[in-house]
Design a protein around this ligand. Structure first.
Ligand code: URA
Length: 235
């Protein structure tokens, strides 16, 4: 691939802008400044620097964010911050999108990508990627509520029954459970359906992928192995 095209593909701007910064001497590969926009590159394990900042070539990006409270999963957030404010322009230029959504007051594992196929694989209603949530509830969790959640509940305006698996009472007001669909406010509505209320919600896992020590607001690129873990389906 030509250098100018590679830079454009990584989010550095229009082809014209990339040509300009190359000619200005901004790009170094293996400690050598390259000023020819049509320089051919081997993309395998390619590391390059732009104005002294080092980057690794990635065909697509797959990101795990530990989402903080008060951030919306939309580009045009109205009442809160946008999760996209946590990423730099180069990444945003690649067309980063959230893989599913978390409510603004939910914390935990949020995946983002610019790979449409991966997005589709994880969010398609028929794919049933399990997601583990931990929550703090307004009322003490009862065994009857656990049984109802395991048995399945109906949600208004949604067809079918919503079942939770791996339902565990962690403390009097703390519950963990796994859900297999991804409808709007699913966990909060499931708890409401059994007569309780979610006061704090945290997503701990998507597929077999967990937060792996990320602090709130921190993010990391997923490795090939972690990408596969996130696609895991139990059903
Ligand atoms: N279910 C909810 O109710 N909210 C979320 O953010 C995620 C799942």
């Amino acid at each position: 691939m030509f250098l100018e095209k590679m830079l454009q593909s990584q989010g550095f701007g229009s082809r014209k802008y990339c040509q300009q910064i190359i000619k200005n001497g901004a790009i170094e590969i293996n400690s050598e400044v390259i000023t020819n926009p049509k320089q051919k590159l081997d993309l395998k394990d390619l590391v390059f620097s732009v104005y002294g900042h080092e980057y690794t070539y990635r065909e697509h990006v797959y990101i795990a964010l530990n989402k903080p409270k008060g951030y919306e999963c939309s580009h045009q957030a109205t009442h809160h911050f946008s999760v996209f404010e946590l990423f730099d322009e180069v990444l945003l230029n690649r067309g980063l999108q959230c893989v599913g959504r978390l409510d603004q007051d939910t914390t935990g594992l949020l995946l983002l990508t610019d790979d449409g196929q991966y997005l589709q694989a994880l969010t398609h209603p028929k794919k049933h990627v399990p997601k583990v949530y931990q929550m703090h509830t307004a009322d003490a969790v009862t065994m009857a509520q656990v049984e109802q959640l395991e048995h399945g509940v109906e949600l208004r305006n949604e067809s079918g029954v919503f079942v939770a698996t791996g339902v565990k009472i962690l403390a009097e007001h703390q519950l963990e459970m796994t859900v297999h669909q991804g409808v709007y406010h699913q966990v909060k509505r499931m708890l409401a359906a059994v007569g309780n209320k979610v006061e704090q919600l945290h997503r701990a896992k998507v597929g077999q992928l967990s937060l792996d020590g990320l602090d709130e607001g921190e993010w990391m690129y997923l490795t090939a192995e972690q990408i596969e873990q996130s696609k895991f389906r139990a059903l």
